[in-house]
Design a binder for this molecule. Structure first.
Ligand code: ATP
Length: 315
């Protein structure tokens, strides 16, 4: 179901770079409180799309609306209402971390005591206190990434746009980042992130969009994949028998004896087994439908490899 007034909306957005269309006719919506994962093979157009969402690049065609307002008409909204972490956070190497965060906070409209309050809270939250007085120039990649994240979060914007935010973070920091993203989403913030790590997507995102050669090839809620179960029977029955079971919301026959099932919100796997047995069905097993996201990604990536090799042969 579409949110009637999305936080962020891309309307037929296209972008040309180096004489090629690298993002084409993209339609995407993001609701408040939603975390959208943007996936795609290298060069699919993720960073370009995120830069347009963040107001850092302008579409050649189409428009990006934040809370209904075209960003091209009010470009200053990008600085105050969006937290943007590009793939390589552009930091000032000659400032120390505190100076950097204070300057960033003022650029984003914070003044007075709020600057120090937000800066100190983020130094603690992102475990940067020990680096607070060190020059940005001498920080490690993971420390720089956390300074970039702090800059994106300082002004508590309603939209966060994060390009591979886990880059350079150790597993503990990566887990803390996921927690932070979920917290911001719970507070009503919309988040878009790109990553190549599918487990990161399943851990933190509500929805996944996959780009292929700049076009949107997949846009679906993640819970639909996560909640599906594979029911295996020792007999073949018409899918309508399964659909009639109370815990079942949707059923799709996979082959003669296996059925992919979406449960109703209040149901779980034991309830499904109980209902099936009570209906006289010979249940051989129930398990989660594995790796639907991986399957979607691999299908699209394989097409990419095939079309690239056809182009190379034609050249
Ligand atoms: N400044 C530029 N000039 C010309 N072409 C560009 C420029 N920036 C990006 N491109 C091209 O646009 C396409 C999309 O690039 P983009 O960085 O958006 O992809 P991506 O999906 O983020 O890739 P990756 O996963 O490798 O980060 C690529 O083919 C890239 O070579």
């Amino acid at each position: 179901m579409n949110d009637p007034s999305p936080l962020l909306q891309l309307e037929r957005v296209s972008r040309r770079l180096g004489g090629r269309t690298v993002v084409r006719e993209l339609d995407l919506r993001l609701a408040r409180g939603q975390v959208l994962g943007l996936l795609g093979v290298n060069g699919a157009g993720k960073s370009t799309t995120l830069a347009m969402m963040a107001g850092a690049q302008q579409p050649d065609r189409g428009c990006v609306r934040l809370q209904g307002v075209d960003l091209a008409e009010q470009p200053q909204r990008a600085r105050t209402d969006i937290g943007w972490l590009p793939e390589r956070a552009p930091l000032w190497p000659e400032l120390n971390v505190i100076e950097h965060l204070d300057a960033s906070a003022r650029l984003r409209g914070l003044r007075g005591a709020a600057v120090r309050k937000r800066r100190d809270a983020l130094l603690e939250r992102l475990q940067l206190q020990r680096e607070a007085r060190r020059l940005v120039a001498v920080l490690s990649q993971g420390q720089r990434q956390r300074v970039g994240l702090a800059c994106a979060l300082l002004h508590e914007p309603p939209l966060l746009v994060l390009d591979e935010p886990g880059n350079g973070l150790d597993p503990l920091q990566a887990a803390q980042l996921r927690e932070l993203i979920r917290e911001r989403a719970a507070a009503g913030c919309g988040v878009v992130l790109s990553t190549h790590l599918l487990p990161e997507v399943t851990a933190v995102c509500d929805r996944v969009a996959i780009l292929h050669e700049g076009a949107l090839r997949h846009d679906a809620p993640l819970h639909a994949g996560r909640d599906r179960l594979l029911l295996t029977l020792a007999q073949s029955v018409d899918a309508a028998h399964i659909a009639a079971l109370t815990p079942v919301a949707q059923v799709q026959a996979q082959d003669a004896c296996r059925y992919a099932i979406t449960l109703r919100d209040d149901a779980d796997a034991p309830a499904l087994v109980q209902a099936a047995v009570a209906a006289g069905l010979a249940v051989a097993g129930v398990q989660p439908v594995a790796g639907e996201l991986e399957q979607a990604f691999m299908r699209i990536a394989t097409q990419h490899a095939a079309s690239a090799s056809e182009q190379a042969q034609a050249a």
